[in-house]
Design a protein around this ligand. Structure first.
Ligand SMILES: [Ca+2]
Length: 264
């Protein structure tokens, strides 16, 4: 039925419904801006920010389109470090930990890593591996042969005996997940990062992404673009960093940017 032929009361209802949808969209964006650390709300942000308001209104009001099947997660911005009021590991879809070898058992890194004012995170009881973020909006310079940790950067450091630093994503539902981002050298000094880097589905090398970061002699960045994984609920994707072919963990700090999108 065209709007012009509607009963006046029905037209008024339609206007109120449209107004409510717009108000909901605006309030949802406001909510997300103030609560980015909450994964569930951040997922809503990704959905809303990726579409225009008219499209959002259509999707919310059209029969059968009440739920928008798009979700995304960002490893660095959602990192829940030890100095936060709601500090937790695991935190939502994310767990931070380590393995003795690439496909071995996953151990949670339950020891807080505190290096104020910039670096906070989690590490093993021995201090390494460690998963740390620069929580400040300026570069953090660390050490004599300096490590320059960019503002907001997430950093994975392998262990002395070849233990892998791991950021684990656990799929909240079954589906196809697209992963894009990069591992990159944080130790951009004379010695530099030399690491082997991986994205491992369910602790398995089959179907995994693998690369290496070699600041002194090779590529300082290992990028992964739209790599897809078919995951069941509770399946895992492990972003892992090892000490590389030189079997030396000194100056092996490796940055991680990873955006995960559930595309169907
Ligand atoms: Ca190395």
């Amino acid at each position: 039925m065209k709007a012009a032929h509607r009963h006046p009361a029905e037209q008024a209802n339609a206007k109120r419904k449209k107004k409510n949808v717009v108000a909901s969209a605006v309030s949802a964006e406001t909510l997300i801006a103030s609560k980015r650390s909450d994964s569930a709300r951040y997922n809503v942000a990704c959905r809303i920010q990726s579409m225009s308001l008219p499209l959002l209104i259509f999707l919310v009001t059209a029969p059968g389109f009440a739920a928008v099947p798009i979700s995304c997660w960002d490893a660095a911005s959602e990192f829940n470090d030890c100095q936060k009021r709601d500090a937790a590991n695991p935190s939502g879809v994310w767990s931070y930990g380590w393995k003795k070898n690439l496909t071995g058992r996953f151990f949670l890194a339950t020891t807080p890593f505190n290096d104020p004012p910039s670096r906070f995170g989690w590490c093993s009881a021995s201090g390494g591996p460690a998963i740390v973020r620069n929580v400040r909006p300026v570069t953090a310079t660390v050490g004599v042969n300096p490590l320059a940790l960019r503002a907001g950067a997430l950093d994975l450091a392998p262990g002395l005996r070849g233990e892998y630093a791991v950021v684990r994503f656990t799929a909240p539902t079954e589906g196809t997940y697209k992963v894009s981002g990069q591992f990159y050298a944080q130790d951009d000094n004379d010695i530099g990062t030399t690491t082997d880097v991986w994205i491992l589905p369910n602790d398995n090398k089959t179907g995994a992404f693998s690369g290496k970061v070699d600041y002194p002699k090779g590529a300082p960045v290992a990028s992964f673009t739209s790599v897809q994984f078919q995951l069941k609920k509770e399946d895992t994707l492990d972003f892992e960093v090892g000490y590389g072919a030189n079997k030396d963990y000194f100056y092996d700090n490796t940055g991680l940017n990873a955006l995960i999108e559930k595309i169907k």
